[in-house]
Ligand binder design. Structure first.
Ligand code: FMN
Length: 366
């Protein structure tokens, strides 16, 4: 099976197999962002499951970036000792631990950050209950966003993580800058696609400069904008990914709930296949969305994925790579609460999975 074969990344690091755990928020770290006992136990379970790479939840990069209560953080020096123990435990499980770094932008939570949310521009999102229009970032604050990513990546590196992935998908800060709907700026960070991609590019360049060549740098993008924050078409997504590849990515990650979804702009085509063709063969691509069987993972590779990320199925099933090798069927969503407890889902994580909000439509828990 191709999904169980190793992959050499552009920086020379070998990923033992093509299966990865998708980044998934668990909302179970300590209130200040420190690794909790539950978070460590959860990531250790995933690390021992046989995946080539395990991504953490979207983690904070600074106090002002926090987008979830009880969000893991790489944003402060004092967290490094526990992050070091976490990375060592994950590597001992046999995987490459990769931290997903996230700035909430408009989705940062003022009660946790101590300041009004900032984004590209002041914009409304009708239809999102309770959405408070953010304040536009000043250029000096954008320099801090870039620096905070680089500092968080350096901390992850020093702690023993194998890499970082910038969260540029699903409506967080980079999506907010890329989207013409939410980026109404007239300065060097708004207007043309090159300007809208500038924050992402400066961040990847700064991270790449701060970490050694064998440290993995990835970037996650949604196919064509995200949810209400649309305004990036497929050609633009391909262009942005190609620029980021030039800036030193080891892999690009494309996020969608269904990785074989058709493009909105080119409805006759599967978006992933077009992205693969557009970015060229040199950049390894990770794809996530709807993988529930070995056949799904192999089909993702047929569409051009080099790495296949598994989200919900990785929560509810232990040792997925081995099960794929044996052709065993997985337990499917909706999972029962008892089943989730039996596979290591903590009470706090279960609380997040069952809370009203963006996950509600995914029917993860029965
Ligand atoms: C509980 C949960 C939390 C998630 N949190 C994140 C996150 O922190 N960062 C991110 O990029 N995507 C997040 N996602 C999206 C997943 O990474 C993945 O793209 C999505 O679930 C589709 O893959 P799947 O069909 O294998 O679940 C989350 C998904 C779930 C189910």
């Amino acid at each position: 099976m191709r999904t169980l074969s190793p992959l050499r990344l552009p920086n020379g690091v070998v990923v033992e197999n093509r299966l990865a755990v998708a980044p998934m928020t668990t909302a179970q770290s300590e209130a200040d962002g420190r690794v909790s006992v539950a978070e460590r136990a959860w990531l250790e379970r995933l690390a021992g499951d046989g995946y080539g790479m395990v991504l953490t939840c979207a983690a904070a990069i600074s106090r002002t970036s926090i987008a979830f209560p009880n969000q893991l953080s790489f944003g402060e020096e004092r967290f490094v000792p526990e992050l070091t123990a976490l990375a060592a435990a994950m590597r001992a499980g046999g995987t490459l631990p990769v931290a997903q770094l996230c700035h909430g932008g408009a989705r940062a939570i003022p009660a946790l950050t101590g300041q009004p949310a900032r984004s590209a521009s002041r914009y409304e999102l009708p239809g999102i209950p309770g959405f408070v229009p953010p304040e536009p970032f000043t250029e000096a604050e954008l320099a801090e966003v870039v620096e905070d990513h680089a500092a968080a990546a350096e901390r992850a590196c020093r702690a023993g993580f194998a890499g970082v992935e910038m969260h540029g998908a699903n409506g967080y800060v980079f999506t907010q800058f890329l989207s013409t709907m939410t980026n109404l700026r007239h300065d060097g960070y708004g207007g043309s696609l090159a300007n809208r991609a500038r924050l992402a590019r400066e961040t990847v360049q700064a991270v790449r400069k701060r970490v050694p060549a064998d440290f993995i740098v990835g970037f996650r993008l949604s196919f064509e904008g995200f949810g209400p924050e649309t305004g990036l078409d497929l050609d633009e997504t391909i262009q942005v990914m190609s620029w980021l590849a030039e800036d030193g990515l080891d892999y690009g990650h494309v996020s969608h709930l269904q990785l074989d979804a058709r493009s909105q702009k080119y409805p006759a085509d599967v978006a992933l296949r077009r992205i693969r063709a557009g970015v060229g063969a040199a950049l390894p691509l990770m794809a996530a969305g709807g993988v529930n069987s070995s056949a799904d993972a192999e089909a993702a590779m047929d569409l051009g994925a080099d790495l296949v990320a598994i989200g919900r199925a990785a929560i509810g099933n232990t040792r997925v790579p081995e099960r794929f090798a044996r052709g065993e069927a997985l337990v499917r969503t909706p999972f029962s609460r008892e089943h989730l407890a039996a596979v290591g889902v903590s009470a706090d994580f279960l609380g997040y999975l069952t809370a009203p909000g963006p996950l509600a439509g995914l029917h993860i828990v029965g």
